[in-house]
Design a protein around this ligand. Structure first.
Ligand code: FAD
Ligand code: FES
Ligand code: FES
Length: 479
């Protein structure tokens, strides 16, 4: 039986909210209802990290601590989780948490506006890691902006945590928290609030029953795109189905032919899994938004958004991925290449959802991907390129190349592929293939890059690929 109340663990107790507004952000709830104003609002679009809080989620009898952006999280999605705010970190004896103390010791705060967000990102790293390597530290704060202290003191503070005891109030109350989470984490939610509907099913069968009666719903996965309709466009979303609560869609399977990723699997889990098969996929994902974004965002959301600069899309196109679509009665499998129609238009019909994504396992192929953006971290691509080739004795046996940021949709470079296909790789062939990109794409100019720049970058990335293959080493500042 579905409930219209949500329950979550807060300060060692179960906290219940009756019939919440499905469009209310968690940040708004924290600041105006809980009256905890440590958590700040900066951008209201997931870009600055000032609103970072940590959620504890039960996973295999352990608590998984995830930093998230509360400004783009809808309140009902808290169901079944633990909420941790910056105010909760202080120890019972009144002293600061080791993360807070480290920021004080290393002068990690000046005006202080960004500080609670940094503390929460570092707290999540503190709970999850023990080595605190440089790249772990930098990754953990990639989604937090500071405009006055600068990052070095914060990085030094983070490094100093390596020698600190990991015992805090959360480790002491872990058993109790796990018991509380177990009590509340298997509940489906249905909320009707002032004309707005919100469904959070736990199982696929429940989802299909909902869709049978409610075809006109918006699917909410990580919400890192969809929530901006509310926070930036100031519109209401009247009917929401929360996909990330569906257990049977959170999986990664592998049958040696393809890897299948369930639609509600967060990118952060996929990014570590795929490294073994396609290391460049992981490299691109490390620069995809921030940990706060990747902790909740999904490949399915990236595909359904169909943005020309969605970073997974050229990679999946070059790997010839398929998507499994379902509605309440039928299943359809489609090549991703046939899914995009025109700018942000796809073949997805009303009431139809992405169930999973299938990525072929191609042994012996060379797969490389490059992202060029104005800023290294937490920035949208100007151009993203992905190359998948089988080369035997310097001859290209098969090739699939796809670009993002070069057309209205993420698209394959068919003319370029034709030049390379069955060719012996030489300087001359690569020059011809670069020229062919002009037939493949007529990129536009916008705030991110001019059309001319995009074309130049697209050609240069092909050349970079060529040199990397020839010299068997990675070239350039990025990788
Ligand atoms: C600060 C910030 C940084 C970002 N950085 C990047 C970046 O570097 N690269 C990049 O590519 N993107 C980036 N994005 C965009 C966004 O994070 C991605 O597109 C993300 O993958 C969306 O996934 P989601 O699960 O959050 O989707 P949601 O926001 O939940 O949904 C997005 C769209 O997909 C639909 N949808 C969701 N799940 C399904 C499903 N299972 N079936 C059918 N439709 C579905 C929704 O209805 C909605 O229309 C960024 C966003 C923010 C806010
Ligand atoms: S307020 Fe900037 S990320 Fe939330
Ligand atoms: S301390 Fe002022 S923005 Fe970071």
């Amino acid at each position: 039986m579905a409930s219209s109340n949500i329950e979550f663990v807060y300060q060692n107790k179960i906290f219940e909210i009756t019939n919440p507004d499905s469009n209310e952000t968690l940040l708004n709830f924290i600041r105006t209802k809980l009256k905890k104003t440590g958590t700040k609002e900066g951008c209201a679009e997931g870009g600055c990290g000032a609103c970072t809080v940590v959620l504890g989620e039960l996973k295999k009898n352990e608590i998984n601590y995830k930093a998230i952006n509360s400004c783009i999280t809808f309140l009902p999605t808290l169901q079944g989780k633990q909420l941790i705010l910056v105010e909760d970190l202080i120890l019972k004896n009144g002293s600061l948490h080791p993360v807070q103390q480290a920021m004080v010791n290393y002068h990690g705060s000046q005006c202080g506006f960004c500080t609670p967000g940094f503390i929460m990102s570092l707290f999540s790293m503190f709970k999850k890691n023990s080595k605190f390597k440089n790249d772990e530290i930098k990754d953990s704060i990639a989604g937090n902006l500071c405009r006055c202290t600068g990052y070095q003191p914060i990085i030094k503070a983070a490094k100093s945590l390596k020698n600190k005891s990991k015992i805090d109030e959360f480790s002491k109350s872990k058993k109790n928290t796990i018991n509380l989470l177990k009590k509340i984490n298997n509940k489906s939610v249905v909320i009707y609030h002032k004309g707005k509907k919100y469904f959070a099913p736990r199982y696929l069968m429940e989802l299909k029953k909902i869709l049978k009666k409610n075809a006109d719903v918006d699917f909410l996965s990580g919400g890192t795109d969809l929530s901006l309709v509310v926070t930036k466009e100031r519109k209401d979303i009247n009917s929401i189905v929360y996909m990330n609560s569906i257990r049977d869609l959170n999986y990664i399977k592998n049958n040696n032919k393809y890897i299948e990723v369930g639609a509600s699997t967060p990118l952060i889990e996929f990014e570590s899994y795929i490294k073994k098969y396609y290391p460049d996929f992981t490299k691109i994902l490390k620069r995809y938004g921030s940990p706060q974004i990747r902790n909740v965002a999904t490949i399915a959301g990236n595909i359904a958004t169909a943005s020309p600069i969605g970073d997974c899309l050229p990679l999946l196109l070059s790997l010839n991925a398929e998507i499994v679509l379902q509605d309440f009665k039928k299943t359809k499998v489609l090549f991703l290449n046939d899914f995009f129609i025109s700018y942000r238009k796809t073949k997805l019909k009303k009431g139809q959802f992405i169930h999973s994504i299938r990525i072929p396992v191609l042994k012996g192929n060379t797969f490389k991907a490059y992202k060029v953006s104005k800023r290294y971290d937490d920035d949208i691509s100007s151009v993203c390129a992905a190359f998948n080739l089988r080369i035997i004795k310097n001859k290209v046996q098969s090739v699939r190349i796809a670009y993002g940021g070069m057309a209205a949709i993420p698209k394959r470079a068919i003319y370029c592929e034709k030049i390379l296909s069955n060719s012996i790789v030489t300087d001359e062939i690569v020059s011809k293939a670069k020229k062919a990109l002009e037939k493949d794409f007529k990129p536009i100019s916008d705030m991110r890059a001019s059309g001319l720049y995009r074309m130049e970058v697209a050609k240069n990335l092909l050349e970079k690929l060529y040199f990397e293959i020839k010299q068997k080493k990675i070239i350039g500042v990025y990788f």
